[in-house]
Design a protein around this ligand. Structure first.
Ligand code: ADP
Ligand code: MG
Length: 253
């Protein structure tokens, strides 16, 4: 099984032998995997298989008990969420972590990047930046609406736009399609492909077979905290993914 379409590229992220324990529970066991610039990598696994834990290791929320995290081939050393953000790693959580009573513009421009150089940007510049990033994503949102008034899909777009404005190099989406309609899923996938075309890596966490097969370039499957399968999406079909996720051989069932 070949590892990646273009092995000449340096991975954006390398995890080497990562183990993470919570008391007596081993959430991740000796996991090694890489994420390359400009790929959509799907992370699949049943509930409790370690998907959210690996996201938190990649984004510096959790420190691995064993193993190493490399960014651009360099060990991260003392790693935390601030370092991960400055390396361009952005996580879109299921609750989006937005400021509900603030407007779309305010949510898009409130973080550290509302400075340009040493200068804080003004309201006019903030609007221009917000409008520009939404146009780049090919979506329109009411710039002055409080984010809490938007539907789930709109909040998700704000979170994605904020990640792009923060110069994301890797956008991690944890079960992003859960609350979306079919059309909204198609729009999300269109945006993911546009981001990929700009060299941004996407880690798409899911347990929905058809979506994985439609959107991913590569697939990694976790079971009980271990990586049990990995390869180009073309190497997989639904039964193969199910077998990897459950450990059961359906053909001989
Ligand atoms: P997934 O996202 O694939 O559903 P998780 O990464 O959330 O899986 O969990 C993997 C395992 O680690 C599960 O057994 C879960 O109960 C355990 N776990 C995750 N986070 C914690 C925590 N903060 N404390 C204790 N156990 C945890
Ligand atoms: Mg999870």
């Amino acid at each position: 099984m070949t590892d990646t379409p273009d092995v000449a590229r340096t991975p954006l992220i390398d995890l080497l032998g990562v183990t993470k324990r919570f008391g007596g529970v081993t959430a991740l066991r000796d996991v090694s995997m890489s994420i390359y610039p400009g790929e959509i990598l799907c992370l699949a696994g049943e509930n409790g298989s370690g998907k959210s834990t690996i996201i938190k290791v990649i984004s510096g929320v959790y420190r691995a008990d064993e193993g190493a995290v490399l960014i651009d081939g360099q060990p991260v050393g003392a790693y935390d969420p601030v370092k991960s953000t400055s390396a361009g790693i952005e996580v879109i959580y299921q609750d989006f972590a937005l400021f509900p009573t603030l407007s779309v513009v305010e949510n898009l421009t409130l973080n550290g990047f509302l400075r340009e150089g040493r200068q804080l940007i003004d309201r006019q510049r903030a609007r221009a930046l917000a409008a520009d990033v939404l146009a780049r994503l090919g979506v329109s949102l009411p710039l002055d609406a409080a984010v809490e008034t938007l539907p789930t899909s709109g909040k998700q777009l704000v979170a994605i736009a904020r990640a792009v404005l923060a110069n994301a190099r890797l956008i991690i989406m944890d079960e992003p399609t859960t609350a979306l309609t079919g059309l909204e899923v198609e729009r999300l996938f269109r945006i993911a492909r546009d981001l990929r075309a700009h060299g941004i890596a996407i880690l798409f966490v899911s347990h929905k077979m058809r979506e994985m097969l439609e959107i991913s370039d590569r697939l990694v499957v976790f079971r009980n905290g271990r990586k049990v399968a990995e390869g180009p999406i073309a190497d997989f079909d639904e039964p193969a993914i199910t077998r990897a996720m459950t450990g059961q051989d359906l053909d001989r069932g």
